[in-house]
Write a protein that binds this ligand. Structure first.
Ligand code: HEC
Length: 123
């Protein structure tokens, strides 16, 4: 094999290796851009998410860690004491949620944060 052929093969191998590091996570390909955080609704966005991701552990009657996320009035204290955002953002000093599962997508976290920034309305 000629030296130039060796270099060419090396180049091909390096290119293949480098491109195999890419993975198509939508959120990382289009950061923030297509995450709609306007007019987040408690009833349409936040509560369904809690029911899906959290309430296997935090519904009335289960209430792991004495935390109930079953209704607007139940959720509000965790908005006000910062534990909701602390736990889903995996901040130091808070228990990382959802427990034993991957962190929520940053768009989901952004939506919850935006809802709280809007005054956590019961909308
Ligand atoms: C598999 C069960 C499970 C799931 C799912 C789960 N949690 Fe928890 N959560 C716990 C347990 C157990 C505790 C109490 C022990 C602890 O703090 O680690 C807790 C504690 C918390 C606390 C108090 C945190 C603190 O630092 O005091 C908050 C807030 C919370 N969860 C929110 C959520 C939210 C929001 C979700 C969904 C995105 C969720 N949890 C999903 C089990 C769960």
């Amino acid at each position: 094999m000629k030296l130039s052929a060796v270099f060419l093969s090396l180049l091909v191998i390096m290119t293949l290796t480098a491109s195999s590091c890419y993975y198509d996570v939508e959120e990382e390909l289009y950061p923030a851009g297509n995450c709609d955080t306007m007019n987040v609704s408690f009833a349409a966005d936040v509560m369904p998410l809690f029911n899906q991701q959290c309430n296997i552990c935090h519904a009335t009657g289960v209430e792991l860690g004495n935390v109930n996320l079953d209704s607007y009035t139940a959720v509000l204290p965790y908005v006000n004491n910062g534990k909701l955002v602390g736990s889903i953002s995996h901040k130091n000093g808070f228990s990382a949620m959802p427990q034993g599962q991957p962190k929520l997508s940053s768009c989901t976290i952004d939506k919850i944060t935006a809802w709280i920034a809007a005054g956590a309305p019961n909308n």
